[in-house]
Design a protein around this ligand. Structure first.
Ligand SMILES: [Zn+2]
Length: 195
C-alpha cells in the first residue's frame, strides 16, 4: 500500500498512523493507495459528493466523474486498483475516531476483494430494526448492510487497538459521523453481539 498526501509533505504523523493500522490488518483490507487530502471541498459543488464525505473507497468499477484533478491523476494510474480517499475533516479528527473511520474504509476494500454478500448482517439487522426499541425511531438509512458490516469491523478494530474503555468513552460522548442518530450506537452494539 502506498500512502500519498496532497500536498505531498502534509500529515506526516497521520501517514505513520495509517501505515500502522494497515499493518495490523489482514492484507486484503489494504487498498493499493491511501490518499490524504488537505483540500476542503465542503463549498465545492463541482466535485462528486464523495468528496463532501469523511472518506470513501474507490475501485476500478466505480466512476471517475467530477473528481478533482490531483485525485484523478492517481485514479488513472495503472498501479492504483483500489483507493481509500481521506478528507481533511477526517484528518483533523481525534485519533481514535480517525482510526475508526479508517478501519471502516479498509473494510470496504476487503468487501470488494472478497465479494462479500452480507446476508447475515442484512437478515439480523432487519430483525433487530423491527424491535420496539428501534422500530420507527431509527431511520432505515443506516441499515445498508455493507455499511453496517464496515462499522462492526471498525468497532472491533478500534477496540482491539485502543482497548475497550476508550472505545466505550468515545461512543458515549460522540455520535458516529456517518449516522449521527443517537439510537445508532446502541443499535450497532446490539448487532455486533449477534453477527
Ligand atoms: Zn462506508
Amino acid at each position: 500500500m502506498e500512502i500519498l498526501a496532497y500536498p505531498r509533505d502534509a500529515f506526516p504523523d497521520r501517514k505513520i498512523l495509517v501505515q500502522r493500522i494497515a499493518d495490523s490488518l489482514e492484507p486484503d483490507n489494504r487498498p493499493s493507495h491511501a490518499f490524504l487530502d488537505s483540500k476542503d471541498y465542503s463549498q465545492d459543488s463541482s466535485v462528486s459528493e464523495n468528496f463532501h464525505s469523511y472518506a470513501f473507497q474507490w475501485d476500478r468499477s466505480r466512476p471517475k466523474d467530477r473528481v478533482p484533478a490531483h485525485v484523478l491523476d492517481l485514479m488513472n494510474d495503472d498501479q492504483c486498483s483500489q483507493l481509500v480517499w481521506v478528507s481533511r475533516k477526517m484528518l483533523e479528527e481525534e485519533e481514535i475516531l480517525f482510526v475508526f473511520m479508517l478501519a471502516h474504509e479498509f473494510r470496504h476494500v476487503y468487501q470488494v476483494r472478497r465479494n462479500l454478500t452480507h446476508d447475515a448482517v442484512r437478515r439480523k439487522s432487519r430483525a433487530l430494526w423491527r424491535e420496539p426499541e428501534f422500530h420507527l425511531k431509527l431511520s432505515s438509512l443506516p441499515l445498508d448492510p455493507p455499511e453496517l458490516d464496515a462499522d462492526i469491523f471498525a468497532l472491533r478494530t478500534t477496540r482491539s487497538i485502543f482497548g475497550p474503555e476508550p472505545m466505550t468513552q468515545l461512543i458515549g460522548r460522540r455520535n458516529f459521523p456517518r449516522c449521527p442518530d443517537k439510537l445508532y450506537t446502541p443499535f450497532l452494539l446490539r448487532l455486533e453481539e449477534i453477527v
